[in-house]
Design a protein. Sequence first.
Length: 439
Amino acid sequence: MNPGAGAADLERIAPRVAGARGPRLKVLLSVYACEPGRGSEPGVGWHVVVEAARRQEVWAITRANNRAAIETELGRHPLPTLHMVYYDLPRWARWWKRGGRGIRLYYYLWQLAIYGVARGLHREIRFDVTHHVTFVKYWTPSLLAFLPPPMIWGPVGGGETAPPSLQRDGGWQGRFYEGLRSAGRWLGERDPLVRATARRSAIALATTEETAQRLRVIGARRVRTVSQVALSATERAYLAALKPPSSGDPVRFLSLGNLLHLKGFHLGLQAFAAANLPDAEYWLVGDGPYRRRLERLIRRLGIQKQVRLWGFLPRERAMAVLGNCHVLVHPTLHDSGGWACLEAMAAGRPVICLDLGGPGAQVTSDTGIKIAAVDPSQVIKDLARAMRSLALDAAQRTGLGRAGQARVAEQYGREIAGEVFNTLYNAFVDPAHRRTAVL
């Protein structure tokens, strides 16, 4: 199955259970990142929980610091079939975790610790199936696999790797990060608990084919590719309603995301300068440790008057900025998902991206322009050509934008993702189907 498969593809994943729905299944979810109203992994976690609870009886284990937002949302929109279980490590084990510092170790320890919680719940409730949802990372274990019920692992990502020449182009900070990431993956793939998770999972879902290959290497028997990124009908309607910029506005390119080397914004800026579009603008929404380097690059390229750095914006404001732009530029070096691409497509904006990872699977020649990722100079040259083409051809922008909206509706709806997971739950629980499911 390709990432973002539609309802017509469900039979390829797992056969449906014959007959009526019958009693709801009892499903246990592990969702470390889970928060309403958020994008990225917290949004993935929350929406998978909600879609599962609309179809089955669900218990979801998440961090205690997600409680306030979740309880507020459930107060507004109750879900009687959803039972949240909040757990955090003891205070002495989390004092050193601040923001992103120490989060990887904390997450690993949290995964180990919730095994006792999950085992106790299983003794009481007797789950039919379990499902690890977040983090979306293949090189850390999920001990749900050690419980008796079949476990669905993922979708998980992290197997994507940028070409070496593009890694080196990110400066010493980028090279340092990529080195740490590679070391972490190498160690994770040799972790006995990770390999046991892969072997014991009923099916491992990968966000991209690159991750699917890594999952097979570490012992997963059944692997399929499924996107973890999806938009609800409400989100799609909101984005579709964003009015296009007025005809008198300059053509605006937009990049959204944390200012990190791996987002490739330095490539986008160099391409924008090379495209030589004096009446166009390039807006960046986001903040991060790469900002100063990007500011220096902007000055060196002499495009200060055409570039606007918005800094961090809440999601609603960021989407409003998207509405004032014509084209999304998303030159990320490795990305399992690609929320910005789907949001831009849903808003009817064409996407320029590298043909890597999740964005490379989401964007087609009908919805945007994908750039081969060989080396920095080639990427910059091809990005510049794509920018110039879209800047000078309003009809092309309109056509790609409409096709993008249709693709998101057909392939990346949350209701579609909910049915994918629900079909898997039923297939692996029903003894008549368990052997043939997903094979």
